[in-house]
Design a protein around this ligand. Structure first.
Ligand SMILES: *[C@@H]1O[C@H](CO)[C@@H](O)[C@H](O)[C@H]1NC(C)=O
Ligand SMILES: *[C@@H]1O[C@H](CO)[C@@H](O)[C@H](O)[C@H]1NC(C)=O
Ligand SMILES: *[C@@H]1O[C@H](CO)[C@@H](O)[C@H](O)[C@H]1NC(C)=O
Ligand SMILES: *[C@@H]1O[C@H](CO)[C@@H](O)[C@H](O)[C@H]1NC(C)=O
Length: 403
């Protein structure tokens, strides 16, 4: 009996396992081997499933559910006449239609002879096939490809948030659509453009009616700095910076990390509410990557707050927004100096007004995100002129993220 199995089980599972061994009269040595094989198999399965379960889920969802239930309306003869066709191969998270089907995404473009669909029966006709990185599955790829067809890779997140599973597709893409300015199609979260004179007057009136109270005027005594945050531990360690900042100035925090929900639901409504009682907003990105500036920054600008930026470099922010519309953590030696400056600005209306002056000179413009893609599709590029031999390294090394 001593030679069968083991007498000191470590858990319910091993207890049952060794009991079974005893019943089956398996020797101790063999039972160890069996257990070892079992452990190895479960470790291998864990790794395999982490990689493939997601792919499998996307495969089933895209291939069967979306194509059966959420297929774009059939394109009519006029839509197919002399147009360039964009095929959404995947959805954009839960959204199968992106910015619409047919001519809609391109309606306001300078080059607008493009149509979009997610109907896979148009695969052969498609001039470009669009893959959203987070919805793509290596199990679910087009069955055929013509050499003149552009594969477009689309993502809004930065590398620390998106684990790219490209596999055999690593060198299959021709163009990228990301937040990075060196993408073939730059997809910023928002676009601000300088107004001409007749516009700036209209914009000023428009903005003034929209912003109540006017930007930069808050009830005295309250906290100056607002922050809404739901990812508590980040790659860019913004939580450490804020912890230090808090030693010198109060930060009014909302969101999942503080357990204080924003008094208004909905992102923009929340920001609008905060703008009534705060002057500054900590627009701290969760990762520090080149060009990575998200809606938190633009929402703050939009509602009348002065964003304090942390994420991309100041020069990269200036490529997206007027230089005097925000503060940047790099402008200060550290959190203490930033806190002192915020307090000083709050006490000096003239100095603070400088950060709102842009409001009469710039306006938020429609992003027209798909225009450049339509233009690229209509170029009839020769095969071999738009190749990305290693998308993986373009994405990871080119992102220039740091902590
Ligand atoms: C297709 O477009 C051309 C001009 O681009 C036009 O002359 C022709 O009538 C159109 N054909 C159909 C069937 O709409
Ligand atoms: C100013 O912008 C408006 C709207 O975009 C445009 O209609 C107008 O022609 C522009 N004026 C000048 C002087 O550029
Ligand atoms: C307030 O700001 C203005 C403009 O930056 C500056 O000229 C002035 O000296 C400041 N006043 C105080 C009291 O710091
Ligand atoms: C698109 O990428 C594929 C795969 O790398 C390549 O064979 C094809 O020539 C590219 N198309 C263009 C227009 O460069």
């Amino acid at each position: 009996m001593l030679d069968t199995c083991i007498r000191y089980p470590y858990s319910k599972f091993t207890l049952r396992f060794f009991q079974a061994c005893q019943v089956l009269k398996i020797t101790r040595k063999k039972s160890y081997i069996l257990l070892g094989v079992f452990v190895l198999l479960s470790v291998a399965y864990t790794f395999w499933s982490a990689k493939h379960h997601q792919a499998l889920v996307y495969y089933v969802r895209n291939r069967f559910i979306n194509q059966a239930l959420y297929r774009a309306p059939e394109l009519n003869a006029a839509e197919l006449n002399n147009t360039h066709l964009l095929l959404y191969w995947t959805p954009f998270f839960q959204n199968v239609a992106f910015d619409g089907f047919g001519r809609r995404p391109f309606a306001k473009c300078p080059v607008s002879n493009c149509v979009a669909t997610n109907d896979r029966r148009y695969l052969r006709r498609a001039d470009a096939v669009l893959f959203h990185g987070a919805d793509m599955s290596v199990l679910d790829l087009p069955a055929e490809r013509s050499p003149r067809q552009l594969y477009a890779y689309y993502v809004h997140e930065s590398p620390p948030q998106l684990d790219m599973l490209l596999g055999p597709l690593n060198s299959a893409f021709n163009i990228t659509l990301t937040y990075r300015r060196d993408s073939d199609v730059h997809m910023p979260y928002f676009r601000l453009v300088a107004c001409n004179e007749s516009e700036s007057l209209a914009v000023t009136q428009d903005r003034q009616s929209e912003l109540t109270p006017p930007p930069g005027v808050v009830p005295p005594g309250g906290p100056l700095v607002a922050w809404v945050v739901s990812h508590c531990s980040t790659d860019g360690r913004r939580e450490d910076y804020v912890a230090q900042l808090r030693r010198y100035i109060a930060v009014d925090e909302f969101g999942a990390c503080s357990g204080r929900p924003c008094p208004r639901p909905g992102a923009l409504q929340c920001y609008q509410h905060l703008a009534r009682s705060h002057l500054f907003y900590l627009a701290f990105e969760n990762s520090l990557c080149r060009d990575y500036v998200t809606e938190k920054f633009f929402n703050a600008l939009h509602v009348g707050l002065v964003p304090v930026a942390r994420g991309a470099t100041r020069a990269e922010y200036e490529a997206l927004a007027p230089p005097d519309s925000f503060l940047h953590v790099d402008d200060f030696a550290g959190p203490q100096e930033l806190a002192d400056h915020l307090r000083w600005l709050a006490s000096n209306g003239t100095a603070l007004a400088r950060y709102h002056r842009w409001r009469s000179q710039y306006r938020f413009a429609p992003r027209e995100r798909w225009c450049r893609l339509c233009e690229l599709m209509s170029r009839h590029m020769e095969p071999g002129t738009a190749v990305l031999p290693d998308l993986h390294s373009w994405w990871y090394e080119g992102a220039q993220c740091h902590s």
